[in-house]
Design a binder for this molecule. Structure first.
Ligand SMILES: C[S@@+](CC[C@H](N)C(=O)[O-])C[C@H]1O[C@@H](n2cnc3c(N)ncnc32)[C@H](O)[C@@H]1O
Length: 329
C-alpha cells in the first residue's frame, strides 16, 4: 500500500523529475565531464541521500554537501531530491532502493543499500574493537563518501581521503561551504592507474606502521588489473589486523559472458554516459567467493567477509556484484 501511494505521488512529480534530469544532464556534460570531475561518484551519493530521505540510513553530511555539489544543488535538489523526499514522507515508503539494510538476497535495484550496509558493518566492527584498534581510516576513491564526517565524537582515528584532484577539489570546496568540520581529514591527490597512491599517502603524513582500515568502495571496476593487484600488494605491507573493505564486479559481467550479455551492455553504456570506463572484474571460480579468496591469498590476506547480490542458486538472479573484506593476518 505504501509503495503504491509512493508511486502514485511520484507520477504527479514526473514533470519536476524530468526537468531535474535535464538540469543534471546539462551540468554533467557541460561542467563535470569537461573538468574531469567524477560523474559516477554522484550515483552512490544520490543513493545514500535517498536512503537518508526515507529515514532508513541517516547521512546528514551527505544532505548538507548536496547543497553545494554541482550536480545536486538547486534547482536539481528541489526537482529530483526534495520531490522524492516529499513522496517518501507522505507515503511512509521505505522499500526497494530506499530500504536499509534491505532484503536478502538483494537485487540490482537494492545493491547500493546492500553495499553500504556490508561496508558500514565492516567499518564499524573494525573501528569499535578494543584489541589492536584501528588508528587510520583511508578512503580510496573517496568521491562524495561522508564516513569521515560521521565518526563517533570521541574517535581519534586519523582520516585520509584519496581521489583524483578535480573530484577532491570540488568536494573540499563543498565541505567548506556546507560548514562540515574536516580538519581531521587529509586529502590526497592521486591517479591509481598512473602513480603510487602509497607514495602520495606517505608524503601526506600516513603512518604505515599503524593499524589501518582502507575503504575501497565502488572503485575497482574503473581500474586496470595491475592497479587492483598493486593496491592489494601495498595494503599487505600494513600491520597485522589492518582491514580493507572492497567491492568487485564479476569478470563475467564485465566481459558480458552468459547470462549477463544484456546487463553488461547496459552497464558499459551507463558508465560511458559519464565518460568513464569499466575495466576490472573478479573471476568467481567454482564457488562464487573462490576468486576473491584467491585474490586475497595471492597477497597474503584473509578473506574475512564475503557477500553478493543475487542468488547463486537461482538462474534468474545470477550474482554479478560481490562485497568483500580482507584482513592482514
Ligand atoms: C563510483 S565513485 C565511488 C566514490 C565513493 N567511494 C562512493 O562509494 O561514494 C568512484 C571514485 O573513484 C575515483 N577514481 C576512479 N578512478 C580513479 C583513479 N584512477 N585514481 C583515483 N581515483 C579514481 C573517482 O574519482 C570516484 O570518486
Amino acid at each position: 500500500m505504501r509503495g503504491f501511494l509512493f508511486s502514485l505521488i511520484m507520477i504527479l512529480f514526473i514533470p519536476f523529475f524530468l526537468l531535474g534530469l535535464v538540469v543534471y544532464t546539462w551540468r554533467l556534460r557541460r561542467v563535470i565531464i569537461p573538468q574531469n570531475i567524477s560523474g559516477t561518484a554522484a550515483e552512490p551519493f544520490g543513493a545514500r541521500i535517498m536512503m537518508h530521505l526515507a529515514s532508513t540510513r541517516i547521512d546528514k553530511a551527505a544532505v548538507k554537501l548536496a547543497e553545494h555539489m554541482i550536480l545536486y544543488r538547486q534547482p536539481a535538489k528541489f526537482l529530483m531530491l526534495q520531490t522524492t523526499g516529499l513522496a517518501l514522507r507522505i507515503s511512509g515508503y521505505k522499500g526497494s532502493m530506499f530500504g536499509y539494510p534491505g532484503q536478502r538476497p538483494s537485487s540490482t535495484m537494492t545493491m547500493m543499500s546492500h553495499r553500504s550496509h556490508f561496508l558500514d558493518c565492516s567499518i564499524s566492527e573494525a573501528l569499535s574493537r578494543s584489541e589492536n584498534p584501528i588508528k587510520q581510516l583511508v578512503i580510496l576513491g573517496s568521491g562524495w563518501d561522508t564516513r569521515c564526517y560521521d565518526l563517533p565524537t570521541n574517535s581519534d582515528v586519523k582520516c585520509f581521503e584519496v581521489d583524483m584532484a578535480p573530484t577532491l577539489n570540488v568536494k573540499k570546496d563543498a565541505l567548506i561551504k556546507s560548514g562540515i568540520k574536516s580538519t581531521h581529514v587529509t586529502f590526497v591527490e592521486t591517479d591509481f592507474n598512473q602513480e603510487s597512491w602509497w607514495d602520495s599517502l606517505l608524503a601526506s603524513g600516513f603512518d604505515q606502521s599503524e593499524t589501518t582500515y582502507i575503504l575501497w568502495e565502488g572503485v575497482t571496476m574503473y581500474l586496470t588489473n595491475e592497479a587492483v593487484n598493486s593496491t592489494l600488494a601495498l595494503f599487505s605491507k600494513l600491520p597485522q589486523g589492518s582491514v580493507i573493505g572492497v567491492d568487485f564486479f564479476t569478470e563475467d559481467v564485465v566481459k558480458g559472458n552468459p547470462p549477463h550479455e544484456t546487463w553488461s551492455k547496459r552497464m558499459h553504456a551507463g558508465v560511458k554516459y559519464y565518460s568513464e570506463k569499466i575495466m576490472f572484474g573478479i573471476p568467481t571460480g567454482q564457488t562464487l567467493s573462490q576468486g576473491a579468496k584467491e585474490l586475497a591469498e595471492r597477497h597474503g590476506l584473509w578473506l574475512s567477509k564475503f557477500e553478493n547480490i543475487g542468488d547463486a542458486s537461482d538462474k534468474k538472479k545470477v550474482p554479478w556484484y560481490v562485497f568483500t573484506e580482507m584482513t592482514k593476518t
